[in-house]
Design a protein around this ligand. Structure first.
Ligand code: COA
Length: 334
């Protein structure tokens, strides 16, 4: 979508949180029929982080506190908190409410947003719209997921893929229309719902002994079907946002992709005509952290001094729903 209002939303601060406990590939090889070589070759993942005690609000609060510590943001200044997650602490209240209380954001309102692995992208565009409206000055967008809470650790097809993490961005207005969030293309298609879901716990299948016995409170994924759609979806939508905005491959400083599978990321970079040296990666260390992948990878690259003011970054994601999309972000922090 394009933005015809007075303000653009720019990212003015970043933060992240990952738990300390590491599960490497050998951990799974000890009790499942799998091995490091299979996992690395098929996915690009070497290890992931697990929050043993605690919930998604702890990850989200950790990321926001990191953002506040590094930007000097006063919690009372926060207008809106959006938490993208598929692993909320509870079905209600919103995880955003728990985060609000924990950081003392006494003047904020907020909500959770559910778009699976595209959650951070959808939340960032939602936050940008609040800024563009002129009604709000400081919007915090958090992507946080404790995937270990919904992973079946006896299922080798899924347990090796996921980890826990959170990242947080601060959005503020600028009248400079040439910087910040410049465009996005977002999609949702419920015909993909059967391929990647968690069937239990909602109004369709409220929890019973039977739903627990049938493992309906774990992630269900048809890996191959999702893989095919993800390759197509992420690659096409990333190329499309470049074409729409007249961006050539040499204009793109970075691709910040959702980190689900290195081969999906590789296909996306290929379609965009950029080399892997321009691709932000942390999948090797964290695996797929759902809403956490994009904000953590951008935070790490920014803090490593690799992202410069004025850089064109293309964000791209694909996830359950299906949901997918891309965003053109011009970096505006020194
Ligand atoms: N270790 C060893 N073998 C494994 C395994 C593991 N951890 N997981 C699955 N296998 C086996 C399968 O059982 C299958 O065996 P079979 O041929 O005897 O039935 C074989 O490996 C091939 O499985 P397949 O699913 O075809 O592998 P794949 O190349 O498609 O890779 C994924 C599997 C999950 C890595 C891949 O499909 C994928 O990444 N899908 C998309 C995931 C994704 O992006 N999800 C989130 C969207 S945000």
């Amino acid at each position: 979508m394009t933005n015809a209002t007075k303000y653009n939303a720019r990212v003015t601060g970043v933060g992240m949180y990952v738990p300390d406990e590491v599960l490497d590939n050998d951990y799974f090889a000890k009790y499942l029929d799998t091995n490091d070589e299979w996992i690395v070759t098929r996915t690009g993942i070497k290890e992931r982080r697990i929050l043993r005690n605690g919930a998604t609000s702890d990850l989200a609060t950790g990321a926001l506190k990191d953002l506040m510590a590094t930007t000097g943001l006063n919690p009372e200044e926060i207008d809106v908190i959006i938490v993208a997650t598929v692993t909320p602490d509870m079905l209600f209240p919103a995880t955003a409410a728990l985060v609000q209380e924990r950081v003392g954001a006494t003047n904020a309102w907020g909500f959770d947003l559910s778009a699976a692995c595209s959650g951070f992208l959808f939340a960032l565009q939602t936050g940008a719209n609040f800024i563009a409206s002129g009604a709000y000055k400081k919007v915090v967008v958090i992507g946080a997921d404790k995937m270990s809470a919904i992973v079946d650790y006896t299922d080798r097809n899924t347990c090796i893929l996921f980890g826990d993490a959170a990242g947080a961005f601060l959005l503020e207005p600028t009248e400079d229309k040439s910087t910040g969030i410049l465009d996005s293309i977002l999609h949702i298609d419920g015909s993909g719902a059967d391929y990647l879901n968690m069937k239990g716990g909602g109004s369709l299948n409220p929890p019973t002994h039977e739903t627990v016995d049938a493992k309906m409170h774990y992630i269900y994924q048809e890996g191959k079907a999702v893989y095919k759609r993800a390759v197509l979806g992420m690659a096409e939508v990333s190329a499309e946002i470049m074409e729409k905005n007249g961006l050539k491959s040499e204009d793109v400083a970075w691709l910040a992709p959702h980190q689900a599978n290195l081969r999906i990321i590789d296909s996306t970079a290929n379609r965009m005509g950029i080399g892997m040296d321009k691709v932000m990666l942390n999948i090797e260390r964290y695996g797929n952290t759902t809403s956490g992948t994009i904000p953590t990878v951008i935070t790490e690259y920014y803090r490593a001094g690799k992202v410069k003011k004025g850089d064109n970054i293309i964000l791209a994601a694909f996830g359950a729903g299906f949901t997918w999309g891309s965003m053109w972000l011009k970096w505006s922090i020194d």
